[in-house]
Design a protein around this ligand. Sequence first.
Ligand SMILES: [Zn+2]
Length: 421
Amino acid sequence: MLKKASGRDDDSGADWAQTMRGQLASAVAAARAAARLPAYRRAFRAAGVEAAAISADTWGSLPFLTKDDLIRGAQDNPPFGDRLGVARGDLAHVFAAPGPIYMPYTAGDMAHVAGSFARAMRSCGLEPGDLVDQTTMYNWVIAATVIDRALGMIGCGVVPGGIGQSERHLEVIRHLGVDAIVAFPTFLEHLLDRAEAEGRPLGLKKAVVMGELSHPDTKRRLHDTYGLEAREFYGVSDVGAVAWECTHGAGMHLRDDLLVEFIAPGGTTPVDPSPETPAELVVTDFHRKAMPIIRLRTGDMIDGLIRSPCACGSHAPRFTRIAGRAGEITKVKGMFVVPRLVGDVFLRHGIDRRYRLVVDRTEGGRDALTLEIEGAPLADAAGVQAGVEAALRMKLDMAFVDTLPEQGLRLLDRRNEGRPA
Ligand SMILES: [Zn+2]
């Protein structure tokens, strides 16, 4: 028998459809196992699916898991909402998320989640030997614990700076000659701008950012202004890294060992994400043992998926950004309205103000859309209005208001107010 010179298959022949069939098979096995747990058994039964009947064909009839389900579960059946999948003695970590939700992990779960972060950050350009300032939170939540471990898996040196304390971060980055940083984009920009204002730029070369709705222009600005190569990944707190950029920076590749579904906003049917039909990401983690995660609604929406192979050789589809939160995208006059498109127009006009879109129903039963902008009327109000109408492909009214809520949603839907629920 002849031995081939190279028996190793590379990724070039793999196709994503085949990967997805494998993901679905693993998800089915995980859901069947989860059906042993009272909370999942109740939810599946309520949806008319018995454990033995869970298959690739019936997958779409399994109920979704929401953040509300987790919170209510933790309140009604504390502390783990009848979802603990292992003996208490097998827990390696329990994180306390706001809500309060307690998220348990076995040692194996932690290794797997850390592995996903390591893949994400390696793909984003971190290498063995990089000294990295880790700026996410170390207490209570999973973020820093698992990212710290992932950096170690890559072979990076970690400076465990944690959240806040900008001055201290600036000082330590300068003293140590830190190469790279893991940060939320707004914190990173804050640090860089502050260093620039002090006239003492930082020597950072790479940044890995996540967790906020970052704008593509942000990465360009960081590169042009600070010579900093910023790459992004998208993570879900209960699952880990879900999609990440490669060094080509042409969108975030979906992770291949999770099932990610694309579901109509507020609905239950699968959709192909596009600007006309944005989709919510729904994730099933078939590795988690301590608390299985089956069809978790992330609330994060995408408005497109790039399926052509990437220059890096990966066939995993990519999306370029999170287009918004599920509660922020709605149908008006039969069209989906994505508030962040307003932000894009503002950016082009150099406007930095709070805004919100308000949907009302007129007495004639028609939808009416108003863009509320905080502050005095803009000099170029007509131009901005035309830009927003073109972006949303919809006519609207514009109103200037004294104040808007600091943390509020950018979409307020008042169409059902005053009606019986
Ligand atoms: Zn790529």
